[in-house]
Design a protein around this ligand. Structure first.
Ligand code: SF4
Ligand code: SF4
Length: 459
């Protein structure tokens, strides 16, 4: 729509955040578009005047026409009669009503070769049963026969999924050929501790279509080895780093997210890890880093892990992200600010966790909670879903929460950042980056500026 075709009255979007940056200027963010901009003086005051009053009715003024149009094009201004609440409702409904996608989080085993200090799993189930593997294949066939799938996404999770690599190989071979024959887009990811990801295994994973990897390192060698050790206590850091170097030597297209869980005990050591990882992977766009405060994840060790949350943990997370970006390890966290970016997979009706014994879950954390056992996969592919339990995960969101309906972050979160929090604590699961949105967007805007500058300097 050209500007001439639009109405002549406008208003600031209700999904805007406008904040003064400590470094000067203004940072603006819109959650319907997921865009963040830093506005420098003297334009910052004019933008502030246009956006700060959500109830204002604005008219395009020729004096500042270009600026006005830029804000309109980027969704910071909308037509005065545009129903933004209905638009947000549509975003959420479109996600939930999709029938052309299937996301499977598959646990080929719950066994693990590690015993991390803070782990919440109980390693109760071993390798996936043959009948369950057949059930997975039939589930995909049946889903596609009922309504053609456009996309199948598989995430291998555990335990340590690579401990049962033959299950991954067997099922991946099926997914690849089924999707190829039926014109379904296929993508696969693995969350692994990285210890068994030798160059040979990485090569085989890539051949099986696994292109996204999440691997955790919890600090420099001694700090990591103190929290992420083998059963029986063996060290793991050097092997994981050597495996990552092996991956970096490959010429394939893939993405590795290097995750660091930090607590009040190890967080002072994380910059040393960043420095070391930067020496290995800086400038390789296939590697990036994310940082997560260790929350209370339901394991027996919660009380002693130094778990921390709240503003202090969130600000520390931003500092670590920023430090990593300064060292050439880009980060992927700003995706959480985009539409759908903060919605947990458990909240979508087309996402299922399949455990080795066929139990179907929604959440990968509350593995011992019976409300999370929403079905039992049969060999013929029937998920045996319990509608009432499914509803606990997919319907407790912005549709039933008036606070969420008017929230500036609604398109990104949809009241569904963590259905488990609603179940357990009966409260809104506002994610920390929404609660501390000012420092979050300020940090990301500064990082983007520094990255753009260094790219320009590199020619
Ligand atoms: S429901 Fe909450 S705890 Fe469970 S997987 Fe989602 S975000 Fe994690
Ligand atoms: S849970 Fe919180 S952040 Fe998410 S939509 Fe509701 S009020 Fe907003």
């Amino acid at each position: 729509m050209s500007h001439a075709d639009r109405g002549d009255a406008y208003k600031p979007s209700r999904f805007n955040v406008v904040t003064r940056a400590e470094a000067g200027g203004l940072v603006i963010y819109n959650s319907m578009r997921g865009s963040i901009f830093r506005i420098t003086p003297p334009t910052d005051d004019r933008v502030h005047d246009l956006l700060h009053n959500r109830n204002a009715v604005l008219r395009r003024d020729e004096d500042q026409g270009e600026l006005f149009d830029a804000l309109l094009d980027r969704g910071f201004l909308v037509d005065a009669d545009h129903d933004e609440l209905a638009a947000a409702e549509e975003v959420s409904a479109r996600r939930k009503n999709r029938t052309d996608v299937l996301d499977l989080i598959i646990m080929p085993t719950e066994a693990c070769n590690f015993r991390c200090h803070y782990c919440y799993e109980d390693f109760a189930l071993g390798r996936m049963l043959t009948s369950v593997r057949e059930g997975v294949r039939n589930l995909v066939r049946e889903r596609h026969a009922a309504t053609p799938l456009r996309r199948l996404t598989v995430s291998w999770f555990g335990g340590e999924p690579l401990v049962a690599f033959e299950v991954i190989e067997e099922l991946s071979a099926f997914f690849l050929s089924f999707c190829e024959e039926n014109g379904v887009e296929y993508s696969a990811a693995v969350t692994t501790n990285g210890y068994l990801l030798t160059e040979d295994v990485a090569r085989r994973c890539l051949d099986l279509g696994i292109t996204r990897y999440q691997i955790t390192l919890d600090g420099p060698r001694d700090a990591h080895d103190a929290s992420r050790y083998l059963i029986g206590g063996g060290r793991t850091y050097d092997t994981i780093l050597a495996n990552l170097d092996g991956m970096a030597a490959l010429s394939d297209d893939f993405h590795v997210t290097l995750r660091t869980n930090f607590t009040s005990e190890n967080d002072a050591r994380v910059p040393e890890l960043i420095d070391e990882l930067a020496r290995h992977f800086s400038g390789d766009a296939r590697f990036d880093a994310i940082y997560r405060p260790v929350g209370e994840w339901g394991g027996p060790q919660d009380a002693e892990t130094g778990a921390h949350s709240g503003k202090e943990a969130e600000l520390r997370k931003l500092e670590l992200c920023s430090h990593a970006a300064d060292h050439g390890l880009s980060h992927g966290d700003d995706r959480m600010l985009r539409p759908h970016g903060s919605v947990c997979y458990a909240a979508s009706p087309w996402s299922f966790v399949i455990r080795p014994n066929g139990v179907v879950n929604k959440c990968t954390v509350a593995l011992r909670d019976e409300r999370n056992a929403v079905g039992l996969l049969r060999e013929d592919g029937d998920l045996g879903l319990n509608a009432e339990r499914m509803g606990l995960w997919v319907d407790t969101d912005d549709t039933s929460d008036s606070g969420c309906q008017t929230c500036f972050f609604r398109p990104a979160c949809q009241g569904a950042a963590c259905p488990l929090v609603r179940l357990e604590e009966e409260r809104r699961p506002c994610p920390p980056h929404k609660v501390w949105i000012g420092p979050t967007i300020e940090t990301y805007a500064a990082m983007a500026r520094r990255t753009a500058r260094s790219k320009a300097a590199a020619g």
